[in-house]
Ligand binder design. Structure first.
Ligand SMILES: Nc1nc2c(ncn2[C@@H]2O[C@H](COP(=O)(O)OP(=O)(O)OP(=O)(O)O)[C@@H](O)[C@H]2O)c(=O)[nH]1
Ligand SMILES: *[C@@H]1O[C@H](CO)[C@@H](O)[C@H](O)[C@H]1NC(C)=O
Ligand SMILES: *[C@@H]1O[C@H](CO)[C@@H](O)[C@H](O)[C@H]1NC(C)=O
Ligand SMILES: [Mg+2]
Length: 404
């Protein structure tokens, strides 16, 4: 079959580009930095041998910890010990009852003592009822913010026909929420836009809260101050495997991003690559995700330092992913995107497991062994079907990084 000249030229260009990109990848291989400690080689199939550390008595993290002392954290104290931080939640008006449950739990266990402001975000205006009833749950300052249109709307380079077709394929593979456009928008906003909202410009630390989550344990120290004093960037409670079908090209795009010398240099020498790339514990997941373990911090709970998201490394990485289109053509979640970025560009020792914060988002728990906790079963990871236990990726995090 004879090809017309323009087609031959195009084919030649495509072949050259392909060879060029392969050469780029070979020339600057991703640098693997093994962790500087740990006896991680023993017991590769460690599912059975693994003992949940939540069964061991859980103390508060090490000092220094800042506590309530007189009126140092009272709501209207203009010279309080509060730092530059807010509790935040993206939420729909229709989720008011579920959000009130989350608020009550967090106020009871933490915020009625420390009175950090709440900031609520919505792509629509909040109703008067929403404002009235949420304000009634806290003595702290509360703010209601609408998301700017340009942060929420589908970017111009996304082809909606391709979105629909891709969603059909994802649905066949049982990827949840594949056709729900707003879910994709939400994941994108949580990945790369929330911290750019003008209402957060004057904040550094945040605690992300969702409707219908639960907190079980009294927290008697200022967690934001803990982050600052202990030089932490990010705190999590639960660490999970993701559905590989939702992100087949996320890791390949990441490798492409790291292929340039300039971007490769953004990687932290003390990174968590071994956790990101583990293929021993769940080889099929790694295979289907094309080299990514799918392990991630479950981001419905996050206590973080927005300076990391505002850094050059993350900005460039998010921009790359956003252009690649996987927030819409696949269903990349903010959890794997945040987690990969932290695992590449941050010192793994600046990522903290808040073992002492009892937490639930259906169907998973973090339930410590402590007299400060009420209402959850110590060491229980899920109250759903037994197979959900294999979604737990904490064993890998502890193996490669430890319990910082
Ligand atoms: N305002 C607004 N908030 C949203 C929208 N979509 C999701 N959210 C919020 O974003 C967060 C995550 O959404 P969820 O629907 O809980 O997603 P999920 O946790 O993956 O799914 P579930 O297992 O169903 O909870 C929640 O705080 C929601 O309230 C939206 O379209 N508008
Ligand atoms: C809070 O932190 C942010 C980000 O680090 C910074 O830009 C801002 O100036 C700080 N605000 C105050 C009041 O310290
Ligand atoms: C915090 O961590 C950064 C990066 O690892 C390091 O440069 C800095 O010295 C640390 N600061 C403190 C107070 O430990
Ligand atoms: Mg949720």
């Amino acid at each position: 079959m004879a090809l017309s000249r323009p087609v031959r030229v195009l084919a030649a260009i495509a072949a050259l580009l392909f060879i060029f990109s392969i050469l780029q990848m070979l020339r600057t291989p991703v640098k693997l930095t093994p962790p500087s400690f740990g006896s991680s080689k023993d017991n590769p199939k460690d599912q059975d041998a693994w003992r949940d550390p939540n069964l061991d008595p859980a103390d508060e993290p090490s000092e220094p910890l800042r506590r309530v002392d007189g009126d140092n954290y009272s709501p209207n104290n203009p010279n309080s010990d509060r730092i530059n931080a807010t509790i935040l939640s993206l939420v729909r008006n229709s989720e008011l009852p579920q959000l009130l449950m989350s608020m009550r739990d967090l106020e009871r266990t933490f915020n009625s003592k420390f009175n950090y402001p709440w900031t609520f975000f919505n792509d629509e205006p909040f109703t008067e009822e929403f404002k009235r009833r949420t304000s009634a749950e806290t003595a702290a300052q509360v703010r209601y913010e609408q998301i700017p249109k340009e942060h929420w709307e589908v970017p111009s380079w996304i082809n909606m026909d391709l979105f629909e077709e891709s969603a059909n394929i994802l649905k066949e593979q049982d990827v949840q929420y594949a056709h729900m456009l707003s879910y994709h928008q939400m994941c994108r906003w949580n990945s790369g836009l929330f911290y750019k909202h003008p209402a957060l410009a004057d904040y550094r630390y945040y605690w992300r809260v969702e409707p219908n989550v639960h907190f079980f344990c009294d927290i008697d120290y200022d967690v934001f101050r803990f982050m600052e004093d202990h030089n932490k960037t990010y705190g999590f409670t639960i660490n999970l495997y993701d559905s590989p079908e939702s992100l087949p090209t996320l890791w390949p795009e990441t490798i492409k991003f790291l292929a340039s010398d300039a971007n490769n240099k953004l990687m932290h020498p003390e990174n968590a690559m071994l956790w990101l790339q583990d293929k021993e514990r769940r080889p099929k997941h790694n295979e289907k995700a094309n080299g990514y373990s799918t392990c991630h911090f479950w981001s419905n709970f996050e206590i973080g330092d927005m300076e990391f998201w505002r850094s050059e490394a993350y900005e460039k990485y998010f921009e790359h992913l956003d252009r690649a289109g996987g927030f819409f053509y696949e269903r990349w979640g903010d959890a794997p995107v945040h987690s990969i970025a932290l695992g590449l560009f941050e010192d793994r020792n600046r990522i903290h497991w808040f073992r002492d914060i009892g937490y639930q988002h259906i169907p998973f728990f973090n339930c410590p062994n402590s007299p400060k906790c009420k209402g959850c079963v110590t060491g229980r990871f899920t109250d759903g079907e037994a197979w959900l236990n294999k979604e737990d990726c904490r064993p890998n995090w502890f193996k490669y990084v430890g319990m910082n």
